[in-house]
Design a binder for this molecule. Structure first.
Ligand code: C2E
Ligand code: MG
Ligand code: MG
Length: 755
């Protein structure tokens, strides 16, 4: 294909070469010349034929005329034969008659048998010839004698006449042999003979040469301009003389007969050649111009393409986030609009995934923005590996990413994508030479079920994301009907939360922890409630995650510590003086550098011994920012505050930290306790945790104890403390005091229920 193209190119190049029109011209010149030459030859041939015909005609005429004269002279001789006594007078009379009839004779003579001219007519002008012996040479004598003997005629040939000029003489013998009575001779002046014999047309047009025995004997019209390259010679058949006749046409004759066609043909073809080569030249110019135009067009197109590319680059820059290299929010939204319109036409679904990195804010605040940026870049790199023509990944700012799955045929497609996203977080991220396990929480909205336009979809994906966060992060949540209402409520709550502290709407409820060995209560966990003016008493799940999100948790935490200390102060000097209060702190609160100082201030403000305060933290504090957290905990420990690990067993950390952190208490998560008497593995884990903690010198409390069996199990396995609805629900301080005072709480297994 390419080869053929290059051959075509070569041909085109050749056709466009400046030599090509010249070649055409030369070719036509050649053709014209050959044709001209051919027609010229034809023409010349024709001319020569004409000339030959003319020559033949002249020769024939000459022969005929000559013979006619011979006959005439012969008749004169016959008459003399018949009338031997003819007088000179009579003969002259006869001769004059002849002369009148044939003006061609110079003279008519009677020559005696001795070859002497005797009689002559006309006499004037020929006088000196009388008495002249015509056998002036041996050859002449021989010829005349032969004629005399045989009675044949003799022609003298062209000779210089005695009378002057050249001519020829025809001798006709009168009787032959011995009876010979001499000859009748007719003398012709060549000039006159020729003129008489030849028509004026022939005389005008030709130069005539008469050759006798090969030598030029006579020339007619010599000296005029003739076309010497055209001449034709014919033999003249005359008795006794060897004549040939050559005629040469005048240039006028030749020119008149010369055909104009050789030149017409030559000029026509040459003209054609010129026209064709000029046309070719024109076509070449047009083609070259066209080529130049095409080239210019190509260059223009190239320039346009380059400009387009630059524009695309600009658009790309505008549509790309500078830090992560992912599509930015603006581009994502535009693309989503487009995607939705296509999906609408193709009756497809679209999934919009909103994703937040868990605890990114904390990391960013504590490890610095540089760290945050690097982490975002690393996360983006992994997420970007999911991008393809059906999946668009964008970074919308902060720790938020957006992913659009453009072709969704079934929910499985989305679940698969979510799995892939989760896989991106499977390996820790190496940032600033340290590996960091990062998790992400996602909210998903589906088109068209979860919204018919981009804004609705985006809002609903956001709502789903918040729901997922509420559920404890590192998870995902699809948007469902009703979420919106909850979201509206959540937003309202968030607004109300800002007023809650100032309005003193928080209260602490207390849930006692029973010492399983002594069946006594020495401690209670303080659990916060929000006495909402409209919604009533709200559990922590409804507002703690919100407060963590907005950062209000720090203030709330300080309030809790202060309220707990106040309570301890209030109990001072009462029967509940020895009670210890455990407060819950979220990981976010631990980030607060002023936390320890504040706790100390609260204790001092209410003159509470630090040992009466316990702090409950979940395992997540051992995953991130470990150094900082260890430092905070050490300070608390130094202060004398007890430390408890809440919800133990569900976290993600290794147990190694128990060795490094100053932990006083482990709270086995409720999920192990709920079925501890039914599920073997839960029982095994619970026992193991108890043993492990005891080996490390740490006490153990079981949360969520609801049945006697559970209590019995825990007691049997030497769990130190138990907390749960079986003993008491979280209740206001007054209720707790009352129950304690009245001893109405279940604190031990009745002796009769023991197996
Ligand atoms: P947590 O610290 O693990 O608290 C125990 C939760 O279990 C409490 O829920 C309590 O009411 C519930 N509970 C206790 N015994 C049982 C039982 O036998 N059965 C069942 N089903 N549940 C039981 P609550 O009060 O709703 O608190 C939920 C979580 O909110 C707490 O979990 C804690 O992590 C958090 N929280 C509570 N108060 C505060 C606070 O002052 N500050 C912070 N940061 N978090 C708090
Ligand atoms: Mg707790
Ligand atoms: Mg707990």
């Amino acid at each position: 294909m390419e080869k053929r193209e290059s051959e075509t190119n070569k041909v085109v190049k050749g056709l466009l070469h400046p030599v090509f029109p010249v070649l055409i011209l030369v070719l036509f010149l050649g053709i014209a010349s050959v044709l001209k030459f051919g027609i010229d030859r034809q023409d010349r041939h024709q001319l020569e034929n004409n000339l030959a015909n003319e020559a033949q005609a002249v020769a024939v005429n000459l022969e005929r005329e000559f013979l006619a004269h011979v006959q005439a002279i012969r008749r004169m001789a016959k008459r003399l034969e018949a009338n031997p006594d003819m007088t000179e007078e009579l003969w002259s009379q006869d001769a004059r008659n002849y002369l009148d009839d044939f003006g061609v004779y110079q003279a008519l003579e009677w020559i005696d048998p001795q070859f002497v001219i005797r009689w002559l007519e006309p006499v004037s002008g020929n006088e000196e010839v009388i008495g002249y012996n015509v056998a002036f040479s041996p050859e002449r004598r021989k010829a005349l004698e032969a004629a005399q003997a045989n009675g044949t005629i003799d022609v003298s040939g062209v000779v210089d006449l005695r009378q002057g000029g050249t001519g020829l003489v025809i001798y006709v013998p009168v009787h032959s042999g011995d009876e010979n009575k001499g000859f009748i001779a007719g003398v012709f002046l060549m000039e006159t003979l020729a003129r008489q014999l030849l028509t004026s047309r022939v005389l005008d047009d030709f130069h005539i040469s008469i050759f006798e025995g090969g030598a030029l004997a006579y020339e007619l019209n010599a000296g005029r301009e003739f076309a010497t390259d055209y001449s034709h010679t014919v033999e003249v058949d005359l008795p006794t003389v060897d004549w040939s006749l050559s005629i040469t046409p005048s240039t006028t004759w030749v020119n008149d007969r010369k055909s104009i066609w050789p030149w017409v043909t030559f000029i026509s073809i040459l003209f054609m050649g010129i026209m064709i080569s000029l046309t070719t030249l024109l076509v070449q110019i047009v083609l070259k111009r066209n080529r130049a135009l095409l080239k210019t067009r190509k260059e223009l197109e190239l320039e346009i393409d380059q400009r387009k590319a630059v524009q695309q680059d600009l658009v790309r820059l505008e549509s790309t986030d500078a830090l992560t290299g992912l599509a930015n929010r603006r581009f994502f939204m535009e693309d989503l609009t487009h995607t939705l319109s296509i999906a609408d036409r193709q009756m497809r679904q679209v999934a919009l995934v909103m994703m937040d990195l868990d605890r990114f804010q904390v990391l960013n605040d504590t490890l610095g923005h540089q760290f945050g940026d690097e982490l975002l870049i690393k996360v983006s790199e992994r997420l970007n590996s999911l991008s393809n023509e059906k999946i668009l990944v964008a970074y919308s700012g902060g720790d938020e990413f957006m992913i659009c799955q453009q072709h969704v045929d079934s929910l499985d497609d989305v679940i698969y994508l979510l799995g892939q996203i989760k896989q991106c977080f499977a390996e820790p991220f190496e940032v600033q030479n340290q590996a960091h396990g990062i998790t992400a929480t996602m909210g998903i909205a589906l088109y068209p079920q979860s919204g018919l336009d981009t804004d609705t979809l985006l809002r609903n994906a956001d709502i789903a994301l918040y729901r997922a966060k509420d559920q404890g992060r590192n998870t995902y949540q699809f948007y469902t009907e009703g979420m919106q209402e909850r979201e509206v409520m959540r937003l309202e709550l968030d607004k109300d939360l800002s007023q809650a502290l100032a309005n003193n709407e928080f209260v602490l409820h207390f849930q006692p922890q029973v010492d399983l060995e002594s069946a006594e209560i020495h401690s209670a966990e303080a659990l916060i409630r929000w006495q909402h003016p409209q919604r009533g008493l709200l559990p922590p799940i409804d507002f703690i995650p919100l407060a963590e999100e907005s950062g209000r948790i720090t203030e709330i935490g300080r309030w809790v510590v202060m309220a707990a200390c106040e309570q301890l102060a209030r109990w001072r000097g009462t029967a509940f003086e020895q009670l210890r209060i455990a407060v819950n702190l979220s990981g976010r609160e631990l980030d607060d550098e002023g936390l320890v100082d504040h706790i100390q201030e609260a204790l001092e403000a209410h003159n509470v011994p630090p040992g009466q305060l316990e702090v409950e933290l979940t395992e997540e504090i051992f995953i991130q920012n470990i150094e900082h957290n260890l430092n905070q905990l050490s300070r608390l420990h130094k202060l004398g505050v007890h430390l408890a690990i809440d919800d133990f067993g569900v976290g993600y950390s290794s147990l190694g930290y128990l060795r490094d952190f100053p932990v006083d208490l482990l709270k086995i998560d409720r999920s192990f306790i709920t079925e501890v008497t039914e599920r073997h593995d839960d029982a095994v884990i619970t026992r193991a945790v108890i043993n492990l903690a005891h080996n490390l010198g740490i006490r153990v409390v079981a949360e969520g104890v609801e049945t006697m069996e559970q209590l019995a199990f825990l007691k049997d396995h030497h769990c130190d403390l138990a907390q749960g609805y079986l003993i008491s629900r979280p209740v206001p301080a007054a209720s707790l005091e009352k129950a304690l005072r009245e001893g109405t709480m279940v604190t031990d297994i009745p002796a009769d229920s023991r197996i």
